[in-house]
Design a protein around this ligand. Structure first.
Ligand SMILES: Cc1cc2nc3c(=O)[nH]c(=O)nc-3n(C[C@H](O)[C@H](O)[C@H](O)COP(=O)(O)OP(=O)(O)OC[C@H]3O[C@@H](n4cnc5c(N)ncnc54)[C@H](O)[C@@H]3O)c2cc1C
Ligand SMILES: NC(=O)c1ccc[n+]([C@@H]2O[C@H](COP(=O)([O-])OP(=O)(O)OC[C@H]3O[C@@H](n4cnc5c(N)ncnc54)[C@H](O)[C@@H]3O)[C@@H](O)[C@H]2O)c1
Length: 475
Protein backbone atom coordinates (compact mmCIF):
# COMPACT_ATOMS: atom_id res chain seq x y z
CA UNK A 1 0.00 0.00 0.00
CA UNK A 2 1.23 3.53 -0.73
CA UNK A 3 2.13 5.90 2.07
CA UNK A 4 -0.52 8.54 2.75
CA UNK A 5 0.95 12.02 3.18
CA UNK A 6 -0.69 14.66 5.41
CA UNK A 7 0.18 18.09 6.69
CA UNK A 8 -1.28 17.18 10.09
CA UNK A 9 -2.22 13.88 11.73
CA UNK A 10 -3.99 13.75 15.09
CA UNK A 11 -4.38 10.65 17.24
CA UNK A 12 -7.53 11.06 19.34
CA UNK A 13 -10.78 12.90 18.65
CA UNK A 14 -11.40 14.35 22.13
CA UNK A 15 -9.53 17.64 22.54
CA UNK A 16 -7.58 16.49 19.48
CA UNK A 17 -10.59 17.29 17.30
CA UNK A 18 -10.28 21.01 18.14
CA UNK A 19 -6.70 21.06 16.82
CA UNK A 20 -8.26 21.36 13.34
CA UNK A 21 -8.59 25.16 13.26
CA UNK A 22 -9.32 27.22 10.11
CA UNK A 23 -5.51 27.39 9.60
CA UNK A 24 -5.72 23.85 8.17
CA UNK A 25 -8.57 24.60 5.73
CA UNK A 26 -6.50 24.22 2.59
CA UNK A 27 -4.22 21.53 3.92
CA UNK A 28 -4.53 17.75 4.35
CA UNK A 29 -5.48 16.56 7.81
CA UNK A 30 -5.96 13.02 9.18
CA UNK A 31 -7.81 12.50 12.45
CA UNK A 32 -7.48 8.99 13.83
CA UNK A 33 -9.66 7.44 16.54
CA UNK A 34 -10.46 3.78 17.03
CA UNK A 35 -13.07 4.56 19.69
CA UNK A 36 -16.23 6.64 19.82
CA UNK A 37 -15.80 9.97 18.05
CA UNK A 38 -15.44 12.85 20.51
CA UNK A 39 -13.41 11.01 23.15
CA UNK A 40 -13.88 10.54 26.88
CA UNK A 41 -15.39 13.81 28.11
CA UNK A 42 -18.26 13.84 25.63
CA UNK A 43 -19.09 10.13 25.53
CA UNK A 44 -18.21 8.59 28.89
CA UNK A 45 -16.80 11.37 31.07
CA UNK A 46 -17.51 14.92 32.20
CA UNK A 47 -20.65 15.58 30.21
CA UNK A 48 -22.83 12.49 30.83
CA UNK A 49 -21.75 12.31 34.49
CA UNK A 50 -22.84 15.88 35.08
CA UNK A 51 -26.07 15.23 33.17
CA UNK A 52 -26.72 12.46 35.73
CA UNK A 53 -25.51 14.55 38.68
CA UNK A 54 -28.13 17.21 38.06
CA UNK A 55 -31.23 14.95 38.22
CA UNK A 56 -29.65 13.20 41.22
CA UNK A 57 -29.36 16.60 42.90
CA UNK A 58 -33.02 17.34 42.12
CA UNK A 59 -34.14 13.97 43.47
CA UNK A 60 -32.29 14.56 46.72
CA UNK A 61 -33.75 18.04 47.22
CA UNK A 62 -36.62 16.47 49.13
CA UNK A 63 -34.31 15.90 52.09
CA UNK A 64 -33.01 19.46 52.22
CA UNK A 65 -36.45 20.97 51.52
CA UNK A 66 -37.82 19.38 54.69
CA UNK A 67 -35.68 21.59 56.94
CA UNK A 68 -37.10 24.66 55.20
CA UNK A 69 -40.67 23.58 55.89
CA UNK A 70 -41.35 22.31 52.37
CA UNK A 71 -42.80 18.81 52.20
CA UNK A 72 -41.47 17.46 48.91
CA UNK A 73 -42.05 13.90 47.81
CA UNK A 74 -39.88 12.20 45.21
CA UNK A 75 -41.70 9.08 44.10
CA UNK A 76 -39.43 7.83 41.37
CA UNK A 77 -36.25 8.45 39.41
CA UNK A 78 -36.92 6.94 36.00
CA UNK A 79 -33.49 5.63 34.96
CA UNK A 80 -34.35 4.75 31.32
CA UNK A 81 -35.86 8.22 30.79
CA UNK A 82 -32.84 9.95 32.37
CA UNK A 83 -30.38 7.72 30.48
CA UNK A 84 -32.10 8.13 27.12
CA UNK A 85 -32.37 11.91 27.47
CA UNK A 86 -28.63 12.08 28.15
CA UNK A 87 -27.46 9.75 25.42
CA UNK A 88 -29.89 10.88 22.73
CA UNK A 89 -28.18 14.27 23.02
CA UNK A 90 -24.62 13.00 23.39
CA UNK A 91 -24.77 10.31 20.72
CA UNK A 92 -26.13 12.84 18.24
CA UNK A 93 -23.23 15.23 18.96
CA UNK A 94 -20.70 12.43 18.52
CA UNK A 95 -22.32 11.21 15.28
CA UNK A 96 -22.60 14.78 13.95
CA UNK A 97 -18.92 15.49 14.68
CA UNK A 98 -17.90 12.25 13.02
CA UNK A 99 -19.98 12.91 9.89
CA UNK A 100 -18.58 16.45 9.65
CA UNK A 101 -14.99 15.20 9.61
CA UNK A 102 -15.71 12.09 7.53
CA UNK A 103 -18.13 13.33 4.89
CA UNK A 104 -18.61 17.10 4.93
CA UNK A 105 -15.05 18.45 4.98
CA UNK A 106 -12.89 17.74 1.99
CA UNK A 107 -9.58 18.42 3.68
CA UNK A 108 -10.09 16.04 6.64
CA UNK A 109 -9.82 12.24 6.58
CA UNK A 110 -11.22 10.28 9.50
CA UNK A 111 -9.45 6.98 10.18
CA UNK A 112 -11.37 4.76 12.61
CA UNK A 113 -8.53 2.42 13.45
CA UNK A 114 -5.90 2.02 16.13
CA UNK A 115 -2.72 3.94 15.18
CA UNK A 116 0.82 3.12 16.24
CA UNK A 117 4.10 4.83 15.51
CA UNK A 118 6.36 3.08 13.01
CA UNK A 119 8.85 5.98 12.86
CA UNK A 120 9.20 9.50 14.31
CA UNK A 121 6.73 10.95 11.78
CA UNK A 122 5.02 7.76 10.64
CA UNK A 123 1.95 5.87 11.85
CA UNK A 124 0.53 2.51 10.80
CA UNK A 125 -2.87 0.91 11.35
CA UNK A 126 -3.93 -2.76 11.59
CA UNK A 127 -5.43 -2.71 8.07
CA UNK A 128 -2.00 -1.77 6.72
CA UNK A 129 -2.42 1.98 6.17
CA UNK A 130 0.78 3.98 6.56
CA UNK A 131 0.40 7.66 7.38
CA UNK A 132 3.10 10.28 7.32
CA UNK A 133 2.56 13.87 8.44
CA UNK A 134 4.63 17.02 8.90
CA UNK A 135 2.93 17.60 12.21
CA UNK A 136 1.58 14.91 14.55
CA UNK A 137 -0.50 15.68 17.63
CA UNK A 138 -0.88 12.87 20.15
CA UNK A 139 -4.17 13.36 21.99
CA UNK A 140 -4.77 9.70 22.82
CA UNK A 141 -6.15 10.21 26.33
CA UNK A 142 -6.51 7.67 29.11
CA UNK A 143 -8.68 4.67 30.06
CA UNK A 144 -9.84 3.06 33.31
CA UNK A 145 -7.08 1.31 35.20
CA UNK A 146 -8.15 -1.88 36.96
CA UNK A 147 -6.54 -3.82 39.79
CA UNK A 148 -5.28 -7.31 38.94
CA UNK A 149 -7.80 -9.35 40.94
CA UNK A 150 -10.18 -12.22 40.07
CA UNK A 151 -13.75 -11.58 38.97
CA UNK A 152 -13.46 -8.36 36.97
CA UNK A 153 -15.02 -9.93 33.87
CA UNK A 154 -18.19 -11.08 35.65
CA UNK A 155 -21.46 -9.69 34.26
CA UNK A 156 -22.52 -6.67 36.29
CA UNK A 157 -18.96 -5.44 36.91
CA UNK A 158 -18.54 -2.04 35.27
CA UNK A 159 -16.21 0.90 34.81
CA UNK A 160 -17.23 4.50 34.08
CA UNK A 161 -17.14 3.50 30.38
CA UNK A 162 -20.19 1.23 30.73
CA UNK A 163 -22.08 2.03 33.96
CA UNK A 164 -24.06 4.95 32.54
CA UNK A 165 -25.78 2.81 29.89
CA UNK A 166 -27.06 -0.03 32.11
CA UNK A 167 -30.69 -1.12 31.61
CA UNK A 168 -32.15 -0.21 34.97
CA UNK A 169 -31.36 1.52 38.23
CA UNK A 170 -29.69 -1.09 40.47
CA UNK A 171 -31.11 -1.71 43.94
CA UNK A 172 -27.64 -1.90 45.43
CA UNK A 173 -24.32 -0.80 43.88
CA UNK A 174 -20.85 -1.37 45.24
CA UNK A 175 -18.42 1.35 44.16
CA UNK A 176 -14.69 0.78 44.56
CA UNK A 177 -12.54 3.96 44.54
CA UNK A 178 -12.86 7.08 46.66
CA UNK A 179 -11.73 9.98 44.53
CA UNK A 180 -13.37 11.86 41.65
CA UNK A 181 -15.11 9.11 39.73
CA UNK A 182 -16.10 6.93 42.68
CA UNK A 183 -17.44 9.87 44.69
CA UNK A 184 -19.37 11.43 41.81
CA UNK A 185 -21.07 8.10 41.00
CA UNK A 186 -21.82 7.46 44.68
CA UNK A 187 -23.61 10.82 44.76
CA UNK A 188 -25.45 10.08 41.50
CA UNK A 189 -26.70 6.62 42.44
CA UNK A 190 -27.59 7.49 46.03
CA UNK A 191 -29.45 10.59 44.83
CA UNK A 192 -31.47 8.51 42.39
CA UNK A 193 -32.44 6.01 45.08
CA UNK A 194 -29.89 3.18 44.84
CA UNK A 195 -28.36 1.82 48.02
CA UNK A 196 -24.64 2.63 47.71
CA UNK A 197 -21.70 0.89 49.36
CA UNK A 198 -18.60 3.01 48.73
CA UNK A 199 -15.27 1.32 49.27
CA UNK A 200 -12.06 3.27 49.62
CA UNK A 201 -8.50 2.09 49.98
CA UNK A 202 -7.37 4.91 52.28
CA UNK A 203 -8.97 6.38 55.39
CA UNK A 204 -10.52 9.42 53.70
CA UNK A 205 -12.62 10.06 50.60
CA UNK A 206 -11.09 12.58 48.16
CA UNK A 207 -7.82 12.09 50.00
CA UNK A 208 -5.93 14.15 47.40
CA UNK A 209 -7.76 17.29 48.58
CA UNK A 210 -7.07 19.71 51.42
CA UNK A 211 -7.64 17.84 54.68
CA UNK A 212 -10.57 20.02 55.76
CA UNK A 213 -12.34 19.08 52.52
CA UNK A 214 -11.52 15.35 52.72
CA UNK A 215 -12.55 15.09 56.37
CA UNK A 216 -15.82 16.98 55.90
CA UNK A 217 -16.71 15.26 52.65
CA UNK A 218 -16.07 11.85 54.21
CA UNK A 219 -18.35 12.75 57.13
CA UNK A 220 -21.13 14.08 54.89
CA UNK A 221 -20.86 11.13 52.48
CA UNK A 222 -21.36 8.74 55.42
CA UNK A 223 -24.66 10.49 56.15
CA UNK A 224 -25.82 9.79 52.58
CA UNK A 225 -24.47 6.33 51.75
CA UNK A 226 -22.47 3.54 53.35
CA UNK A 227 -18.71 4.11 53.28
CA UNK A 228 -16.12 1.40 53.97
CA UNK A 229 -12.66 2.90 54.51
CA UNK A 230 -9.18 1.32 54.57
CA UNK A 231 -10.36 -1.54 52.38
CA UNK A 232 -8.63 -2.83 49.23
CA UNK A 233 -10.38 -4.88 46.57
CA UNK A 234 -9.41 -8.56 46.94
CA UNK A 235 -11.73 -10.27 44.42
CA UNK A 236 -15.27 -10.39 43.08
CA UNK A 237 -17.36 -13.53 42.75
CA UNK A 238 -20.96 -14.51 42.16
CA UNK A 239 -23.28 -15.33 45.01
CA UNK A 240 -26.84 -16.37 44.24
CA UNK A 241 -27.18 -14.24 41.11
CA UNK A 242 -25.59 -11.23 42.80
CA UNK A 243 -22.00 -10.03 43.06
CA UNK A 244 -19.91 -10.48 46.17
CA UNK A 245 -17.07 -7.98 46.58
CA UNK A 246 -14.34 -9.32 48.84
CA UNK A 247 -12.07 -6.86 50.60
CA UNK A 248 -8.76 -7.02 52.41
CA UNK A 249 -7.51 -4.53 54.98
CA UNK A 250 -5.35 -1.89 53.28
CA UNK A 251 -1.67 -2.28 54.06
CA UNK A 252 -1.94 -5.75 55.62
CA UNK A 253 0.59 -8.09 54.09
CA UNK A 254 -1.52 -11.25 54.37
CA UNK A 255 -4.07 -10.02 51.80
CA UNK A 256 -6.79 -12.08 53.49
CA UNK A 257 -10.49 -11.26 53.08
CA UNK A 258 -11.63 -9.29 56.13
CA UNK A 259 -14.94 -7.98 54.80
CA UNK A 260 -17.37 -8.45 51.95
CA UNK A 261 -20.43 -6.79 50.49
CA UNK A 262 -23.06 -8.24 48.18
CA UNK A 263 -24.70 -6.09 45.51
CA UNK A 264 -26.38 -6.13 42.11
CA UNK A 265 -23.82 -4.06 40.25
CA UNK A 266 -20.16 -3.19 40.88
CA UNK A 267 -18.44 -0.03 39.64
CA UNK A 268 -14.66 0.01 39.57
CA UNK A 269 -13.42 3.60 39.86
CA UNK A 270 -9.85 2.69 40.68
CA UNK A 271 -8.05 5.30 38.59
CA UNK A 272 -7.14 6.01 34.99
CA UNK A 273 -4.02 5.22 32.99
CA UNK A 274 -2.72 7.14 29.95
CA UNK A 275 -2.91 5.17 26.68
CA UNK A 276 0.87 5.22 26.09
CA UNK A 277 1.00 1.43 25.63
CA UNK A 278 -1.27 1.70 22.55
CA UNK A 279 1.09 3.90 20.51
CA UNK A 280 4.38 1.98 20.10
CA UNK A 281 6.25 5.05 21.31
CA UNK A 282 9.71 3.39 21.10
CA UNK A 283 9.37 3.33 17.29
CA UNK A 284 9.40 7.13 17.37
CA UNK A 285 11.89 7.35 20.23
CA UNK A 286 9.38 9.28 22.35
CA UNK A 287 10.27 9.63 26.05
CA UNK A 288 7.86 8.94 28.85
CA UNK A 289 7.84 10.35 32.37
CA UNK A 290 6.05 8.46 35.15
CA UNK A 291 3.72 6.82 32.61
CA UNK A 292 2.90 9.99 30.66
CA UNK A 293 4.44 11.32 27.42
CA UNK A 294 7.31 13.68 28.25
CA UNK A 295 7.16 17.19 26.74
CA UNK A 296 8.97 20.53 26.80
CA UNK A 297 7.34 23.81 27.84
CA UNK A 298 5.93 24.31 24.31
CA UNK A 299 4.29 20.84 24.52
CA UNK A 300 6.61 19.25 21.95
CA UNK A 301 7.30 15.61 22.84
CA UNK A 302 10.79 14.73 23.98
CA UNK A 303 13.10 12.15 22.47
CA UNK A 304 16.22 11.46 24.49
CA UNK A 305 15.42 14.64 26.39
CA UNK A 306 15.32 16.83 23.25
CA UNK A 307 12.18 18.17 21.53
CA UNK A 308 11.10 16.06 18.56
CA UNK A 309 10.34 18.51 15.78
CA UNK A 310 6.67 18.51 14.72
CA UNK A 311 5.39 16.00 17.30
CA UNK A 312 3.19 17.33 20.10
CA UNK A 313 1.14 15.84 22.94
CA UNK A 314 -1.91 17.20 24.77
CA UNK A 315 -4.35 16.13 27.48
CA UNK A 316 -4.53 12.97 29.57
CA UNK A 317 -1.79 11.18 27.59
CA UNK A 318 0.75 13.74 28.81
CA UNK A 319 -0.62 15.63 31.81
CA UNK A 320 -1.23 13.97 35.21
CA UNK A 321 -3.93 16.60 35.80
CA UNK A 322 -6.49 14.62 33.80
CA UNK A 323 -9.06 17.36 33.32
CA UNK A 324 -10.92 18.49 30.22
CA UNK A 325 -10.20 22.20 30.70
CA UNK A 326 -6.49 21.30 30.86
CA UNK A 327 -6.68 19.23 27.65
CA UNK A 328 -8.57 22.06 25.93
CA UNK A 329 -6.07 24.70 27.01
CA UNK A 330 -3.19 22.53 25.84
CA UNK A 331 -4.93 22.14 22.47
CA UNK A 332 -5.04 25.95 22.11
CA UNK A 333 -1.37 26.20 23.01
CA UNK A 334 -0.29 23.50 20.53
CA UNK A 335 -2.49 25.00 17.80
CA UNK A 336 -0.83 28.37 18.35
CA UNK A 337 2.67 26.89 18.39
CA UNK A 338 2.14 24.81 15.24
CA UNK A 339 0.65 27.77 13.42
CA UNK A 340 3.22 30.31 14.68
CA UNK A 341 6.58 28.53 14.87
CA UNK A 342 8.43 31.85 15.16
CA UNK A 343 6.46 33.07 18.18
CA UNK A 344 5.69 29.96 20.19
CA UNK A 345 4.09 30.31 23.62
CA UNK A 346 4.78 28.52 26.87
CA UNK A 347 2.25 27.41 29.43
CA UNK A 348 1.61 30.47 31.63
CA UNK A 349 -1.91 30.11 33.02
CA UNK A 350 -2.44 30.29 36.77
CA UNK A 351 -3.39 27.41 39.06
CA UNK A 352 -5.48 24.56 37.65
CA UNK A 353 -8.91 24.33 39.27
CA UNK A 354 -10.86 21.10 39.70
CA UNK A 355 -14.49 20.52 40.62
CA UNK A 356 -16.09 17.41 42.06
CA UNK A 357 -19.79 17.31 41.22
CA UNK A 358 -20.91 15.48 44.35
CA UNK A 359 -23.49 16.55 46.92
CA UNK A 360 -22.23 18.91 48.22
CA UNK A 361 -20.06 20.07 45.36
CA UNK A 362 -16.35 20.62 45.87
CA UNK A 363 -14.00 22.95 44.04
CA UNK A 364 -10.36 23.69 44.62
CA UNK A 365 -7.27 25.34 43.17
CA UNK A 366 -3.75 26.08 44.34
CA UNK A 367 -2.07 24.82 47.49
CA UNK A 368 -3.61 22.84 50.31
CA UNK A 369 -2.97 24.16 53.80
CA UNK A 370 -0.29 21.50 54.39
CA UNK A 371 1.44 22.33 51.10
CA UNK A 372 1.37 26.07 51.89
CA UNK A 373 2.88 25.43 55.34
CA UNK A 374 5.62 23.32 53.77
CA UNK A 375 6.42 25.84 51.05
CA UNK A 376 6.02 29.14 52.93
CA UNK A 377 6.30 28.18 56.62
CA UNK A 378 3.38 28.23 59.06
CA UNK A 379 4.05 31.81 60.24
CA UNK A 380 4.00 33.23 56.70
CA UNK A 381 0.48 32.13 55.79
CA UNK A 382 -3.03 33.05 56.89
CA UNK A 383 -6.01 30.70 56.67
CA UNK A 384 -9.73 31.50 56.87
CA UNK A 385 -12.58 29.00 56.89
CA UNK A 386 -15.88 30.83 56.30
CA UNK A 387 -19.12 28.89 56.77
CA UNK A 388 -21.99 29.44 54.32
CA UNK A 389 -24.18 29.26 57.41
CA UNK A 390 -22.84 32.59 58.68
CA UNK A 391 -23.98 34.54 55.64
CA UNK A 392 -27.42 35.78 54.66
CA UNK A 393 -27.91 33.35 51.78
CA UNK A 394 -26.69 30.53 54.01
CA UNK A 395 -29.56 31.44 56.39
CA UNK A 396 -31.97 31.33 53.46
CA UNK A 397 -30.74 27.87 52.54
CA UNK A 398 -30.40 26.67 56.14
CA UNK A 399 -26.97 25.48 54.98
CA UNK A 400 -25.01 23.72 57.74
CA UNK A 401 -22.14 22.03 55.97
CA UNK A 402 -20.75 24.40 53.34
CA UNK A 403 -17.57 26.43 53.76
CA UNK A 404 -14.98 28.39 51.83
CA UNK A 405 -11.39 27.88 52.92
CA UNK A 406 -8.78 30.37 51.74
CA UNK A 407 -5.05 30.27 52.26
CA UNK A 408 -3.01 33.42 51.56
CA UNK A 409 0.47 34.76 52.05
CA UNK A 410 0.39 37.25 54.95
CA UNK A 411 3.00 39.67 53.61
CA UNK A 412 1.69 40.07 50.05
CA UNK A 413 -1.98 39.16 50.40
CA UNK A 414 -1.59 36.75 47.45
CA UNK A 415 -4.11 33.92 47.54
CA UNK A 416 -2.28 30.60 47.56
CA UNK A 417 -5.15 28.15 47.76
CA UNK A 418 -8.94 27.97 47.65
CA UNK A 419 -11.04 25.00 48.72
CA UNK A 420 -14.82 25.16 48.70
CA UNK A 421 -17.35 22.55 49.83
CA UNK A 422 -21.01 23.44 49.39
CA UNK A 423 -23.74 24.49 47.01
CA UNK A 424 -22.47 25.88 43.68
CA UNK A 425 -18.83 25.46 44.77
CA UNK A 426 -17.78 24.91 41.15
CA UNK A 427 -19.15 28.36 40.25
CA UNK A 428 -18.25 30.21 43.47
CA UNK A 429 -14.56 29.42 43.00
CA UNK A 430 -14.24 31.38 39.76
CA UNK A 431 -13.66 34.93 41.14
CA UNK A 432 -10.97 33.59 43.47
CA UNK A 433 -9.34 31.84 40.53
CA UNK A 434 -9.44 35.11 38.58
CA UNK A 435 -7.57 36.81 41.41
CA UNK A 436 -5.01 33.99 41.63
CA UNK A 437 -4.47 33.97 37.86
CA UNK A 438 -4.33 37.75 37.42
CA UNK A 439 -2.37 38.76 40.51
CA UNK A 440 -5.20 40.46 42.38
CA UNK A 441 -4.59 40.43 46.13
CA UNK A 442 -7.13 39.03 48.59
CA UNK A 443 -8.12 42.45 49.97
CA UNK A 444 -8.36 44.00 46.50
CA UNK A 445 -10.65 41.17 45.37
CA UNK A 446 -12.85 41.70 48.44
CA UNK A 447 -13.01 45.48 48.41
CA UNK A 448 -12.15 46.45 44.82
CA UNK A 449 -15.63 45.52 43.53
CA UNK A 450 -19.28 45.30 44.60
CA UNK A 451 -20.57 41.92 45.79
CA UNK A 452 -24.30 41.48 45.23
CA UNK A 453 -26.22 41.36 48.50
CA UNK A 454 -27.43 38.93 49.74
CA UNK A 455 -26.06 36.52 47.14
CA UNK A 456 -24.36 33.22 47.93
CA UNK A 457 -21.07 34.74 46.71
CA UNK A 458 -20.92 36.82 49.93
CA UNK A 459 -19.46 33.70 51.55
CA UNK A 460 -16.40 34.23 49.34
CA UNK A 461 -16.27 37.95 50.15
CA UNK A 462 -16.42 37.20 53.90
CA UNK A 463 -13.73 34.54 53.62
CA UNK A 464 -11.46 37.08 51.89
CA UNK A 465 -12.12 39.66 54.60
CA UNK A 466 -11.26 37.11 57.29
CA UNK A 467 -7.67 36.72 56.08
CA UNK A 468 -4.82 38.48 57.87
CA UNK A 469 -3.51 40.31 54.79
CA UNK A 470 -2.41 43.88 53.94
CA UNK A 471 -5.08 46.51 53.23
CA UNK A 472 -5.13 47.28 49.49
CA UNK A 473 -6.56 50.74 50.04
CA UNK A 474 -9.85 49.74 48.40
CA UNK A 475 -12.89 50.53 50.54
C1 LIG B 1 -16.29 9.52 34.40
C2 LIG B 1 -15.42 10.71 34.10
C3 LIG B 1 -15.82 11.97 34.48
C4 LIG B 1 -15.02 13.07 34.21
N1 LIG B 1 -15.45 14.29 34.61
C5 LIG B 1 -14.67 15.38 34.38
C6 LIG B 1 -15.11 16.67 34.76
O1 LIG B 1 -16.19 16.85 35.33
N2 LIG B 1 -14.31 17.73 34.50
C7 LIG B 1 -13.11 17.57 33.88
O2 LIG B 1 -12.42 18.57 33.66
N3 LIG B 1 -12.67 16.35 33.49
C8 LIG B 1 -13.42 15.25 33.73
N4 LIG B 1 -12.99 14.02 33.32
C9 LIG B 1 -11.68 13.92 32.64
C10 LIG B 1 -11.81 14.28 31.14
O3 LIG B 1 -12.81 13.48 30.56
C11 LIG B 1 -10.47 14.05 30.45
O4 LIG B 1 -9.47 14.81 31.10
C12 LIG B 1 -10.52 14.48 28.98
O5 LIG B 1 -11.59 13.88 28.32
C13 LIG B 1 -9.21 14.12 28.28
O6 LIG B 1 -9.28 14.47 26.93
P1 LIG B 1 -8.19 13.99 25.89
O7 LIG B 1 -8.48 14.70 24.62
O8 LIG B 1 -6.84 14.07 26.47
O9 LIG B 1 -8.46 12.42 25.67
P2 LIG B 1 -9.76 11.61 25.29
O10 LIG B 1 -10.98 12.43 25.26
O11 LIG B 1 -9.75 10.40 26.16
O12 LIG B 1 -9.49 11.19 23.77
C14 LIG B 1 -8.56 10.21 23.43
C15 LIG B 1 -9.07 9.46 22.22
O13 LIG B 1 -7.97 8.77 21.66
C16 LIG B 1 -8.40 7.53 21.13
N5 LIG B 1 -7.20 6.68 21.07
C17 LIG B 1 -6.38 6.34 22.07
N6 LIG B 1 -5.35 5.62 21.62
C18 LIG B 1 -5.53 5.50 20.28
C19 LIG B 1 -4.79 4.87 19.24
N7 LIG B 1 -3.65 4.25 19.49
N8 LIG B 1 -5.29 4.93 17.99
C20 LIG B 1 -6.45 5.57 17.72
N9 LIG B 1 -7.17 6.20 18.66
C21 LIG B 1 -6.71 6.17 19.92
C22 LIG B 1 -9.47 7.07 22.10
O14 LIG B 1 -10.39 6.22 21.45
C23 LIG B 1 -10.12 8.40 22.54
O15 LIG B 1 -11.30 8.66 21.82
C24 LIG B 1 -13.78 12.89 33.54
C25 LIG B 1 -13.36 11.63 33.15
C26 LIG B 1 -14.18 10.55 33.41
C27 LIG B 1 -13.74 9.18 32.97
N1 LIG C 1 -14.99 16.32 38.20
C1 LIG C 1 -13.83 16.06 37.63
O1 LIG C 1 -13.04 16.95 37.32
C2 LIG C 1 -13.45 14.65 37.33
C3 LIG C 1 -14.41 13.65 37.42
C4 LIG C 1 -14.02 12.36 37.15
C5 LIG C 1 -12.72 12.09 36.76
N2 LIG C 1 -11.81 13.08 36.68
C6 LIG C 1 -10.41 12.78 36.34
O2 LIG C 1 -10.28 11.40 36.13
C7 LIG C 1 -9.11 10.92 36.78
C8 LIG C 1 -9.37 9.56 37.38
O3 LIG C 1 -10.29 9.66 38.47
P1 LIG C 1 -10.52 8.44 39.47
O4 LIG C 1 -11.37 8.90 40.57
O5 LIG C 1 -10.93 7.20 38.78
O6 LIG C 1 -9.07 8.05 39.85
P2 LIG C 1 -8.08 8.40 41.02
O7 LIG C 1 -6.78 7.78 40.64
O8 LIG C 1 -8.12 9.83 41.32
O9 LIG C 1 -8.70 7.59 42.26
C9 LIG C 1 -8.75 6.18 42.30
C10 LIG C 1 -9.28 5.72 43.63
O10 LIG C 1 -9.36 4.29 43.61
C11 LIG C 1 -8.76 3.77 44.79
N3 LIG C 1 -8.24 2.44 44.48
C12 LIG C 1 -7.35 2.12 43.52
N4 LIG C 1 -7.12 0.78 43.53
C13 LIG C 1 -7.90 0.27 44.50
C14 LIG C 1 -8.13 -1.04 44.99
N5 LIG C 1 -7.48 -2.09 44.47
N6 LIG C 1 -9.00 -1.22 46.00
C15 LIG C 1 -9.64 -0.15 46.52
N7 LIG C 1 -9.49 1.11 46.10
C16 LIG C 1 -8.62 1.32 45.10
C17 LIG C 1 -7.68 4.79 45.13
O11 LIG C 1 -7.33 4.69 46.50
C18 LIG C 1 -8.41 6.10 44.81
O12 LIG C 1 -9.23 6.49 45.87
C19 LIG C 1 -8.70 11.95 37.80
O13 LIG C 1 -7.35 12.26 37.60
C20 LIG C 1 -9.55 13.14 37.53
O14 LIG C 1 -8.75 14.26 37.19
C21 LIG C 1 -12.16 14.36 36.97
Amino acid sequence: MSIEQYDLAIIGSGSGNSVITPFWDNKKVAIIDSGTFGGTCLNVGCIPTKMYAYPAQLASNATTAARLGVDMQVTKADWPVIRDRIFSRIDAISAGGKAYREKELEHTTLITEEAQFSGPKQLTTPSGRTIEADQIVIAAGSRPSLPDVPGLDLPGVHTSDTIMRIDSLPKRIIIVGGKYIGSEFAAIFSGLGTEVIHINRSGQLLSNHDNTISDEFTRIAKEQWQVALNRTLHSIDQQGGRLRVNLSATGHETNEVVDYFVGDVVLLATGRVPNIDRLNLPAAGIDTDAGFIARDEYLRVLSDGQPLDGVWAIGDIANPQMLKHVANHEQRLVSHNMENPDSMKRETLGPIPAGVFTRPQIASAGLTEDEAKDQYGEEAITVKVQDYGDTAYGWAMEEYDGFVKLIAEKSSGDILGVHILGAEATNLIQPVLTAMSMNISAHQLARGQYWIHPAMAEVVENALLGLDVPDSGCL
